[in-house]
Design a protein around this ligand. Structure first.
Ligand code: SF4
Length: 341
């Protein structure tokens, strides 16, 4: 079994053994015509949706679809998942690998950019395909480690005693199944210098049913301190099922943070950002970062200029207590940390 590819398929295992969240993921909408039809969008939106879909496929599960208002092409959740013709444009400065991640990959599945922490691509799959994603061109096919290659990645972590934290990323790491994740976390916790496990995921928001008993078992058992960084961009993403998922995670001892991306037409107002922070806190989640858009090819239409971003943060500072204010940052390739604006 040494060469068996692992962590590559969210729906691995017999269909009869699929968890509810895996079925939801398998049944996600992946067709532009179906998305437009289910949401009662005028037919004029279909050509753009098809053009964008040809570059980066649609993926929208039912649980997320239900939070979108039918008939409203400007719904802030729809805008995150509906491809537009603008994705076919190639303005200067918007590139395939905006964070130069290809320069920081010491082993397959490993990205090491910052001191003390290292990132593992634990799954190439996502529960939703966000149109602004900075990894929309990431060569996931080159990062599907075999078990032997996972051992090489673990050897890298064992050898670097300056590492204290491992970040599981992707894709979405929680798109891997619990057997795979339990194995990986079990291996990580054997490395004595590792203290923290950080999981960057959108799944508890997109398919809240992902936070099931099987996940809570391996997550609750680990000796590593647990931090989960969610990805929520708009308050409408948080419904009762998301609140319930967050409560289960908190009960398992997980610290919940959130990073958002500042997105034109979605959350680029003081009202939208303030409401997001308030709703997140009600759900037990603290704002962490507000990222300006990484200049990835196909997403230029989401860009908000720095001057407006600074104005928004100044407006938020007047409205919110400090602990609800996200840090406005940009990632600049080669810098030792995120750069505050
Ligand atoms: S869930 Fe994260 S990695 Fe996946 S498409 Fe969205 S932003 Fe990108």
């Amino acid at each position: 079994m040494q060469d068996k590819i692992i962590f590559a398929d969210a729906s691995s295992g017999a269909a009869t053994q699929q968890a509810s969240w895996q079925r939801q993921l398998s049944n996600a909408i992946r067709d532009p015509a179906e998305l437009c039809s289910r949401l009662d969008l005028p037919a004029t939106w279909l050509p753009g949706a098809s053009a964008g879909h040809a570059l980066f496929t649609i993926c929208v599960p039912e649980a997320f679809l239900h939070r979108i208002t039918p008939g409203d092409p400007h719904d802030p959740l729809l805008r995150q998942v509906l491809p537009l013709n603008e994705e076919t444009l190639t303005p200067p400065g918007f590139v395939a690998d905006p964070l130069a991640e290809a320069d920081h990959q010491p082993a397959k599945g490993v990205i090491h950019k910052y001191a003390g922490r290292v990132l593992l691509i634990a799954s190439p799959n996502c529960a939703v395909n966000c149109r602004y994603c900075f990894r929309r061109h990431f060569p996931y096919d080159e990062h599907r480690p075999s078990r032997a290659q996972w051992q090489e990645a673990l050897d890298y972590l064992r050898a670097d005693t300056s590492l204290q934290e491992v970040i599981l990323s992707g894709g979405d790491p929680l798109a891997a199944n619990d057997r795979q994740l339990a194995w990986l976390v079990g291996e990580l916790e054997k490395i004595p210098h590792l203290k923290r496990l950080r999981i960057h995921t959108r799944l508890p928001v997109v398919i809240p049913g992902r936070i099931d008993t099987a996940l809570l078992e391996w997550l609750g058992d680990t000796r590593l301190q647990k931090v989960m960084v969610l990805h929520i961009n708009h308050a409408n993403e948080i419904d009762a099922s998301v609140e319930q998922a967050c409560a289960r995670l908190k009960n398992a001892g997980v610290t919940l943070l959130n990073q958002s991306v500042l997105l034109e037409g979605i959350n680029d107002s003081v009202d939208a950002l303030a409401t997001l922070s308030e709703r997140m806190f009600e759900a037990g989640v603290l704002p962490y970062y507000l990222h300006v858009l990484d200049p990835v090819q196909g997403a230029a239409h989401f860009d908000v200029c720095d001057a407006k971003a600074r104005e928004l943060i100044a407006g938020l500072r007047e409205r919110l207590p400090g602990f609800l204010l996200p840090r406005l940052v940009r990632e600049i390739p080669g810098e030792a940390s995120k750069t505050p604006l």
